[in-house]
Design a protein around this ligand. Structure first.
Ligand code: ATP
Length: 455
């Protein structure tokens, strides 16, 4: 079996999971559109996440905050200012410099709006030296602001500048007090959100692995300082179980703990979940103990208290935060790669099967009339199922060919209506993975399928 990105991308394109964005105009670099099957699949992934993290969790509630936020948010979060400057290190004396500052000091003029390349080029060309040691041996510029900028209102004036959010998390932090008050939740509790984020990535690629417009599924879990490491481990297990319960193979997953020197300065512990994509291991899910850094920053910048009053101990404190952050597109790709299988049936015959968990499969069942003469009755079965699940209908070609078309898109159940169905009111259900067939009463079909969607 050869699992390659080329095959997976081709299947996605040919069957309507994912198309290249703006294709008729020659595309837009690294943008992708989810087609009819892709939208179902991705919605199922997002629903499965909300289900486990909100509906089935006694701790968490949901939120859908705006993509556009008050620009001060991004100052507080560190996305503009400190973190986003174009930084370069002097290799000789190991001091760090802002590249735009070096240029400004040299020219005496503003380097506002220069991009990294311009800065780097200018510094090299003019032989600008390290102010500390005089060396001219700099690293490449490492950090720049990944945020997409736009204008609110009609004047393209710097005071109307706003950003598309680069993560959903900040929408949760700024609503912490609202949510705590209105739900009357006691710490510990969490807030879960699914939504678009935008990053002007320097090196997008690997299909939908790294894109500039993507969706995140983030949980911010607020807990009492001192209990944070326990909760960190709780959510790590919870996240891992979510993936495994949805059928992801354990051998394609590894958890990598950040070493102390690798941690962000505000983080006490971070674990990356990595998945073995056809192009190698890649980060899937980042889980971090962010301490009270975010709420503290927002308290300071907004001037509003974000302290929590603990009614049991009469203490006031700013909660610590555990953040599991998952990319919806990235986990969609992981589930696709994990499920893709080429099964050798005999010497000449292989079938492509997407072995997706039925809960994630875009189409749950496809109704196949054995003969076109049975179309009317089979159509009634389709209608019955379509009230409950995404259902397909196919009366074109041999039954074998129709099965294969459904295997390739991961449909777990093919339902054949034959001449006997008229009298015994049963249909033949064929299982995608085992290809085993079973006779099931039409009035038991919904129950039969529902039971198999549980995860
Ligand atoms: P990476 O190192 O891959 O750039 P990151 O560490 O910057 O990721 P986070 O800021 O921790 O990522 O974002 C949390 C999650 O959001 C990631 O684990 C990933 O699943 C997803 N994600 C981040 N950036 C992208 C992107 N450009 N395209 C798709 N998914 C993304």
């Amino acid at each position: 079996e050869q699992k390659t990105m080329e095959k997976i991308v081709a299947l996605c394109k040919n069957r309507g999971f994912v198309y290249a964005g703006s294709e008729i105009y020659g595309g837009l670099a690294n943008s992708w559109d989810y087609g009819p099957l892709g939208v179902e699949f991705k919605n199922n992934v997002k629903r499965a996440w909300m289900r486990k993290f909100v509906q089935e969790s006694k701790y968490n509630v949901g939120l859908d905050s705006a993509i556009l936020m008050n620009p001060e948010t991004w100052v507080a979060s560190g996305h503009v200012g400190g973190f986003s400057d174009p930084l370069m290190d002097c290799r000789d004396c190991k001091t760090r410099h802002r590249a735009d500052k070096l240029v400004e000091d040299f020219t005496g003029e503003s380097a506002d709006g220069w991009d990294n390349e311009q800065l780097q080029h200018f510094i090299a060309e003019h032989g600008i030296a390290c102010p500390n040691c005089g060396g001219k041996n700099f690293t490449d510029i490492r950090k720049f602001n990944l945020m997409f900028k736009t204008f609110q209102g009609i004047t393209e004036d710097s005071k109307n500048e706003i950003y598309l959010r680069p993560e959903t998390a900040q929408g949760i932090f700024v609503n912490f007090a609202n949510i705590q008050r209105t739900t009357r939740r006691k710490v510990p509790f969490g807030v879960a959100q699914v939504g678009k984020s935008f990053r002007n990535e320097i090196t997008p690629g690997n299909f939908i692995f790294r894109i500039r417009e993507f969706e995140q599924m983030e949980l911010e879990f607020f807990c009492k300082p001192g209990t944070d490491l326990e909760w960190f481990s709780y959510w790590k297990d919870y996240c891992k179980n979510w993936l495994l319960n949805l059928g992801l193979k354990e051998e394609n997953l590894r958890l990598r703990d950040h070493k102390p020197e690798e941690l962000s300065f505000y983080s006490k512990a971070t674990t990356d979940f990595e998945f073995l994509f056809p192009f190698g291991w890649g980060e899937l899910w980042g889980i971090a103990d962010r301490t009270d850094y975010d709420l503290k920053q927002h308290q300071e910048h907004s001037g509003k208290s974000l302290e929590y009053f603990d009614p049991e101990t009469n203490e006031k404190y700013i909660p610590y935060v555990i953040e599991p952050s998952l990319g919806a597109d990235r986990v969609v790709l992981a589930f696709l790669c994990d499920a893709y299988d080429e099964e050798q049936l005999d010497e000449k015959d292989t079938r492509v099967v997407l072995r997706l968990h039925p809960a994630l499969a875009p189409i749950k069942a496809c109704v196949l009339p054995l003969s076109k003469k049975l179309n009317d009755a089979a159509e009634q079965v389709r209608e019955l199922l379509a009230k409950n699940f995404m259902t397909d209908y196919d009366d074109a070609g041999s039954i074998g060919k129709r099965y294969r078309r459904q295997d390739e898109i991961g449909t777990p159940f093919c339902i054949t209506y034959d001449f006997e169905s008229e009298t015994d009111h049963c249909v033949t259900v064929r299982d995608r993975d085992t290809m085993a067939q079973e006779r099931v009463a039409i009035d038991k079909l919904v129950e039969y399928i529902s039971e198999r969607l549980v995860f």
